[in-house]
Design a protein around this ligand. Structure first.
Ligand code: 13P
Ligand code: SF4
Length: 303
């Protein structure tokens, strides 16, 4: 990518000047992921890094809920997102009013929210979870029944892993819900020896057809560890590109579902964000205090 070189150089110089770090989700494009990111990971790893970093400025190369989570855990830092429109279909599937309605409908039942929600929704919930710790979080509550919002498929996957009764909401990830068990089975028939690994945001028939299910980092670690000859990552496209450079002996069969929200982040707008210190993500202090409690409860559980 020769035309990227000057941009990469300028971004790295600006980071030093601004005392900034770039936290990049595993779905970022390879030039962001490999050339300008300071920390890479899944939602949980990025949240933990936001709490730990000594930098003054965090540039979130990810989506809006991730930037809000960074702000909750690092309120004294400036948190920037290069494009405010980088949303998430799960985060927009539920409002704080919906959560209050659930509280009334299920009195006394704890509410676990996936981190893929707004800070205002988190503020109404008892604890957050990510795809890498959802089962552990649900079981940590020591109760027979929990609400697990907003992803119906993550909730179903958690239900398959625990005896706790899991009540779901109706949200779905617009990227993962597009995969089908049928396409996976067809792929397996075409590619002998293929290993298929899926994200828990996928529908149950997809998870059933897969050899392993885990968070984005869980999937990357599985590939690095098991070194399958051929693998298909049932998740966002950039994951395969990012991990492929580290495991040249593995062949990636690539279904391509892009997350349009993640793909709003580019080297160009990361550069602009550091030049103009835009766009700052803030959370109302009252909301932040309540939402932080839910996020910190999760982070402390898995430290
Ligand atoms: P992970 O926490 O597994 O990285 O998932 C975040 C996400 O948005 C997946 O679609
Ligand atoms: Fe949200 Fe799905 Fe995009 Fe992840 S991949 S940010 S869950 S829309």
């Amino acid at each position: 990518w020769p035309h990227y070189a000057p941009l990469i150089k300028s971004i790295n110089a600006l980071k030093a000047q601004r005392n900034a770090v770039i936290l990049a989700h595993n779905y970022m494009t390879p030039e962001i992921f490999h050339c300008v990111a300071d920390f890479r990971g899944d939602s949980l790893q990025l949240a933990k890094e936001a709490a730990r970093t000594n930098a003054k400025v965090i540039v979130q190369a990810g989506v809006h809920f991730m930037a809000e989570t960074s702000k909750l855990l690092s309120p004294e830092k400036t948190v920037l997102i290069p494009d405010m429109r980088a949303g998430c279909s799960l985060a927009s599937s539920i409002t704080p009013e919906d959560v209050r309605m659930l509280r009334e409908a299920y009195p006394g039942v704890p509410i676990v929210t996936y981190v893929n929600t707004s800070a205002a929704v988190k503020a109404e919930c008892d604890i957050t979870c990510t795809s890498s710790n959802a089962v552990q979080v649900v079981e940590s509550l020591g109760v027979p029944r929990v609400l697990c919002i907003p992803d119906q498929y993550l909730a179903k996957w958690v239900q398959s892993q625990t005896k706790v009764q899991v009540i779901a909401w109706k949200g779905a990830c617009e990227v993962h819900e597009r995969f089908t068990g049928e396409e996976l089975r067809a792929m397996r028939a075409d590619e002998p020896g293929l290993k298929i690994i899926a994200h828990p945001e996928c529908p149950p028939d997809v998870i059933e057809a897969a050899d392993f299910t885990g968070s984005t980092s869980g999937m990357i670690n599985w590939v690095k560890d098991k070194r399958p000859r051929k693998v298909m990552l049932v998740t966002e496209c950039s994951m395969a590109s990012n991990v492929a450079v580290e495991v040249p002996d593995v062949e990636f069969i690539r279904p391509c579902n892009l997350c349009p929200h993640m793909k709003r982040i580019s080297l160009e707008n990361i550069y602009e964000s550091l030049v103009h210190m835009q766009y700052e993500v803030t959370v109302d202090p009252d909301v932040a205090e309540r939402a932080r409690r839910a996020v910190e409860r999760m982070v402390n559980l898995t430290n």
